[in-house]
Design a protein around this ligand. Sequence first.
Ligand code: GDP
Length: 485
Amino acid sequence: IQRDQKRNDSVDLSLLGGLLVSGFKKDSCLSRYQSYLYRKASPYRPSSYLLSKLRAYEELHKRCGPGTKPYTNAERLLKPKQTGDSDSEGCKYVVWMEFSGLGNRIISIASAFLYAMLTDRVLLVEGGEQFADLFCEPFLDTTWLLPKDFTLTNQFNGFAQNSAHCHGEMLKRKLINGSSVSSLSHLYLHLAHDYNDQDKMFFCAEDQSLLKNVPWLIMRTNNFFAPSLFLIPSFEEELGMMFPEKGTVFHHLGRYLFHPSNHVWGLITRYYQAYLVKADERIGLQIRVFDEKSGVSRQVTNQIISCVQNEEILPKLSKTEQHHKPSEDEEDEDFKLKAVLITSLTTGYFEILKTMYWEKPTVTRDVIGIHQPSHEGHQQTEKLMHNRKAWAEMYLLSLTDKLVISAWSTFGYVAQGLGGLRAWILYKQENQTNIDSPCGRAMSPDPCFHAPPYYDCKAKTGIDTGNVVPHVRHCEDISWGLKLV
Ligand code: GDP
């Protein structure tokens, strides 16, 4: 019985408390079954309501996904001349268009998935070949990849804020009302960082009720827009049941959706075993400098060092050399090995920290190993190996015990969210002199929505949407952003 209990426990762990279902071929996606061996169990349990929504979604995706009859019929609605059977059996879709850097992609897909679950739509992602190289399929016996020959694909480039099928543009031209929408086969939703006031009407209950009847919604977004969904009255109650602990939306949905492919899993596990597994404590330090030309700055160096030392993430340096005898018994060692995983596009800060902790001992006598997997120089989203490394590094950061991330960066948000960690955020030093508070602790593991609407749909006036309910607040790193806490 004990052995059965043990097996049940490990099955429960590997399926992340019921978040994941079994039945996938193990070899096709090793990370799905092995991730629990590398990370601590999540402090957050998914609610039973969330689990039931996920199971219902999986059924829907299997019934309506690519290759099924309803899918073929729904796609037929998009063709100029509709012929034959076009009964799509109530199947509706939201298509996420390929856009932006990898961190942005991951958090925006998670938001689109949440929206799909709330509106009984099937999520399909336009990802090309790269996508399948980076991520496993999250849904059993079907695919989330938008088929290459999708009818509208060759129009995607033309979808913009001013295009005829854009929801915001149609509002501007007063073309949206109950009867006009019911005849539409598709709408383009512009939800990227540069969207305008009309596009933002997406977040109004009235517009949501009109969108309900459109079979295909094609969405361009690079944002984590979940916080604003919590402010739409028609979604509020269900979201509350799905996420009783509010700031864990990305944590659960991210772990549910994003499983590194075997290539990427190889990068993660080899690195972990070579540099991190033996440490007593693992510390992640994500350094994202948006101004690529700036090189190493004294300001940022000081900021990083004050943050990690003031917050006791890493020890201070000692001025005196203490020689300790090597002990034969490893157990007797009275110092700890702390492994620091740095991710950055350049090596400057890595060199400084590594040299610092080599040249002088620490006051605690702990020894500090500093490691950085890659230094890619600049963003190269079109390159496969570049993206594999970026994904592997986000994931490795998420496996650490303590995490420090950079303000504004979705790369860091992904690491924090997958890890279920409340990271220390290195604030952006706007005026270059204020180093009073180099970093601060995140309120929750969820990402920040960088471009939320500031509109009260009922009163038809501007409001501070960070001040409406206690669980949607302004972000730690972007004062106008919104996050769930
Ligand atoms: P954000 O710009 O920080 O919000 O993050 P994104 O992931 O959306 O875009 C930045 C892109 O730059 C990443 O996807 C990578 O392609 C690259 N990049 C930035 N920082 C790093 C890093 O530390 N390591 C690696 N390997 N790539 C990085």
